[in-house]
Design a protein around this ligand. Structure first.
Ligand code: GLC
Ligand code: CA
Length: 541
């Protein structure tokens, strides 16, 4: 496999609204990100995935774009954006933009035109359909944000499609003009010197709504190959597709270098393990670590040279991993270190979501009025109408809701966690006096330094990037694997539980690489304490 920079870096995701406010209006902004670049440099990351910073009415916090070539006024100006790219570059950090082209905002110029009538040149930029004979929606397609995916447009008597909110009309990718306009926009950003694109729900662009097909439509990969040729294919950029429901076979279609599509995809199989099968993310069940191992091992071994993995626990749509699968109450830092070690030594490109490196946690709400996220709010009302009890729905929101990840970054123990001097747009988690960046930097045993060390290990050891993965047979809650490269083998052992477990390996310890507690002196019989994790170089016997 030809080597690329994006296989060797760790990417850090910034949700700009919540990262750092530089002007006291309570909303994070580009100036704030620039202020914190030295912090990110210290962590060691090589790229930033920037959640959308484009002009947007913020129905879905920037994932509803009204102008792809303008910056949201609250975040700054195009000059600020250019300064961010330059300042990041000085620190060897590339900026990966969020590409949201499954849909636009209903306030985008194209949609404002399209709404003018059936004859408008832009009509066909979106997906319109006539009502059924009784006037109801063309079919049963549902929106991810609850309710029908079709919204009626009085003026023309037709419905338009929105797989997300009704303020996010879906673009019609079958229209060549749409595709060309998107490619031109992508080239506009490439010329500004960005490092790549994270592609929002890209698996949906080949949709065939009249056949009820949304993901993985027949034309999807033709479009991506066309996009690759027309835009980033001529540059060595990181491109990562958000592909819910991808299997390893599907992931290879996107990321096999021979096919010239994307660098890698985000797959979500592990993310669904605490959901009841065939139900929604809100229908909860406990995680079985044995299944997590199985899923990770499958992805580690099945892509081979025909694809590349992305590795993540967190993003702006997911709850905080320590609250979710670690032990926030008794072992916050220790379980956080285990989760970091486990993930970052797998094969693939790791992503860190802002605040993960200091062990930020979920933030619980007690009533729907405290919630900002459109997905949670719509789901709340839908389930209420279906007869669920409010407390039950609020519980699901506390476990899975997207606001958990979106509370402001905790920089220090001053008011509002040093995020803003004004009033924060979303409440700050009240644990900020204890959990914050200043504290983490001052404590040499903090989670921050485990992340920093993991990033450095990746830079210093080709084994971390290129080594073969092998899952070991162990107790169900012990997740242990080896990575081997040339003559070297590393053993990674983690006790993914708040109870003790035993572990054994046929081989001897050659060198200690990293641990979150005491390291064993032998491997014949190791008693692992809750959330123990260690990494050693071994000699196999
Ligand atoms: C993706 C984004 C999510 C957004 C949705 C619609 O899943 O990650 O935040 O709401 O797409 O753009
Ligand atoms: Ca601001």
């Amino acid at each position: 496999m030809e080597k690329h920079w994006w296989q060797e870096v760790v990417v850090y995701q910034i949700y700009p609204r919540s990262f750092k406010d530089s002007n006291g209006d309570g909303i994070g902004d580009i100036g704030g990100i620039i202020e914190k670049l030295d912090y990110l440099k210290k962590l060691g990351i090589g790229a930033i995935w920037l959640s959308p910073v484009y002009a947007s009415p913020n129905d879905d916090n920037g994932y509803d774009i009204s102008d792809y070539e303008a910056i949201m006024a609250e975040f700054g100006t195009m000059e600020d954006m250019e300064r961010l790219i330059t300042e990041a570059k000085k620190r060897s950090i590339k900026i990966v933009m969020d590409l949201v082209v499954n849909h636009t905002s209903d306030e985008h110029q194209w949609f404002l035109e399209a709404k003018k009538g059936k004859e408008n040149t832009y009509r066909d930029y979106y997906i319109w359909a006539d009502p059924k004979a009784d006037g109801s929606a063309p079919n049963e397609l549902g929106s991810t944000f609850s309710g029908s995916a079709w919204e009626f447009d009085e003026a023309s008597g037709q419905y338009y499609l929105h797989l997300f909110s009704k303020k996010q009309p879906d673009l019609n990718w079958a229209n060549e003009k749409v595709r060309q306009a998107v490619y031109d926009m992508m080239n506009f950003w490439i010329e500004k010197g960005i490092g790549g694109f994270r592609m929002d729900v890209i698996d949906l662009i080949g949709k065939v709504p009249e056949k009820m097909i949304t993901g993985n439509g027949a034309k999807l990969h033709d479009y991506l190959q066309e996009m690759n040729k027309a835009t980033f294919g001529k540059h060595d950029l990181l491109t990562v597709g958000e592909t819910w429901g991808a299997t390893p076979e599907i992931a290879k279609l996107y990321s096999n270098p021979k096919r010239q599509e994307l660098s890698m995809v985000f797959q979500f199989e592990h993310v669904a393990l605490d959901e009841q099968p065939q139900k929604s993310k809100w229908d909860l069940r406990p995680l079985a670590v044995a299944q997590l191992k199985e899923v990770f091992a499958k992805w580690q071994t099945e892509l081979g040279d025909e694809g590349w993995n992305s590795l993540f626990w967190n993003n702006h749509d997911l709850p905080r991993i320590i609250s979710r699968w670690g032990d926030e109450k008794n072992y916050r830092v220790k379980s956080g270190k285990l989760l970091a070690i486990l993930l970052h030594l797998l094969k693939g490109t790791p992503y860190i979501y802002q605040g993960e490196e200091i062990g930020m946690t979920n933030h619980l709400v007690s009533a729907i009025e405290e919630v900002d996220d459109i997905e949670s709010i719509n789901m709340y009302h839908e389930r209420l109408a279906q007869g669920y009890k409010p407390a039950e729905i609020i519980n699901a929101i506390n476990v899975k809701g997207r606001d958990n990840a979106r509370t402001p970054m905790q920089w220090d123990d001053s008011q509002h966690a040093g995020f803003t001097t004004g009033t924060p747009w979303l409440r700050v988690n009240e644990n900020y006096p204890k959990i914050n960046v200043t504290q983490a930097l001052a404590d040499k045993d903090s989670l921050f330094y485990t992340y920093q060390k993991l990033i450095q290990l990746r830079k210093d050891n080709p084994l971390v990037v290129w080594g073969d993965f092998h899952l070991l047979k162990t107790a169900p809650e012990v997740f242990a694997y080896t990575r081997s490269f040339k003559e070297k083998t590393w053993l990674v052992v983690t006790n993914f539980a708040s109870e003790a477990n035993e572990f054994h390996y046929d081989g001897a310890i050659k060198e200690l690489i990293l641990s979150n507690g005491p390291t064993p002196s032998q491997l014949e019989k190791v008693v692992l304490m809750p959330w123990d994790a260690f990494v050693v170089e071994v000699v196999k016997s």
